[in-house]
Design a protein around this ligand. Structure first.
Ligand SMILES: NC(=O)c1ccc[n+]([C@@H]2O[C@H](COP(=O)([O-])OP(=O)(O)OC[C@H]3O[C@@H](n4cnc5c(N)ncnc54)[C@H](O)[C@@H]3O)[C@@H](O)[C@H]2O)c1
Length: 255
């Protein structure tokens, strides 16, 4: 039985991916800030044996303890989905311009998106070094905002997700000889609480996205469509794919 750990697992994309992994037969640990929400989400997954844990990815000790708890209960983690993230906008969705971005805000966004992803990748690698698994997989989440300079997000978010892309490639190179693949998904606008929080004070009705006309497919995406990409990257069949970025963006950016 393959085991997956998903950070940000009660969020829109994280939970859809947890559901998809569970449907595909994986045992899933859902990690997020709130223990009750994580446990509730795990209880709602199809199949048996899933668990929810509290894990703040910005807290190095919490990440170490979280991996330990999951491996003790479920066994070695095969698939890490590092999905925890923040866009860092205010509660009214207002975007922070360059000159308004304080050092504190920059650090907060980087602590979750970049450093948190690093802590999780490092911890996963340390566990796999001690106890190797077949078909190890790491999936990170960047953003089309990193590739395009953001639309609804601003500099700190775009830069932190750019860091995720570079980290993904470096980890892919370093962990390749252990049979572990490391790939990023770069979603475009996906209908989740984060997108709703980032749409700004005067969103166009029913779109959740301010630049819908830039999307060739003419709509925003669903969390399930990102989950399907994650399911592929997690699969054994994806063994020859590493260091790549899978765009799930409705054509917003074409390489
Ligand atoms: N929704 C989009 O349009 C979109 C586009 C591109 C990239 N993304 C990325 O996809 C990922 C998932 O986002 P989503 O849209 O599902 O957003 P979401 O807000 O629904 O989910 C994010 C989850 O991360 C969790 N989280 C935040 N800080 C955390 C921390 N310190 N430790 C642990 N968990 C923490 C939140 O509690 C939440 O459950 C994020 O990395 C996001 O940047 C989303």
């Amino acid at each position: 039985m393959r085991v997956a750990l998903i950070t940000g697992g009660t969020g829109g994309i994280g939970l859809a991916t947890a559901r998809r992994f569970a449907q595909d037969g994986l045992v899933v640990a859902i990690a997020d800030l709130d223990l009750t929400a994580a446990q509730h989400a795990a209880d709602g997954l199809p199949g048996h044996g899933h668990m929810g844990i509290a894990m703040d990815v910005t807290d190095e000790n919490a990440v170490v303890a979280g991996f330990e708890a999951v491996e003790t209960r479920l066994g070695p983690i095969h698939v890490l989905g590092a999905f925890a993230g923040t866009v860092g906008n205010g509660p009214d969705g207002r975007q922070t311009t360059l000159t308004e971005t304080t050092a504190d805000l920059w650090d907060k966004i980087f602590a979750i998106n970049a450093r948190g992803t690093f802590f999780c990748i490092r911890e996963y690698a340390a566990h796999r070094k001690a106890k190797p698994v077949e078909h190890g997989r790491i999936i990170t989440v960047s953003s089309s905002g990193a590739q395009l300079g953001g639309y609804q997000s601003k500099s700190a978010y775009a830069a932190s997700k750019g860091a995720v892309l570079s980290l993904t490639k470096a980890a892919a190179r370093e962990l390749a000889s252990w049979g572990i693949t490391v790939n990023a998904i770069a979603p475009g606008p996906i209908d989740t609480p984060m997108l709703r929080a980032s749409r700004g004070p005067a969103p166009p009705p029913d779109t959740n996205y301010n630049a819908l006309d830039l999307l060739p497919l003419g709509r925003i995406g669903t969390p399930e469509e990102v989950a399907a990409a994650a399911a592929y990257l997690a699969s054994i069949e994806a063994a020859f794919v590493t260091g790549s970025t899978l765009d799930v963006n409705g054509g917003l950016r074409m390489q």
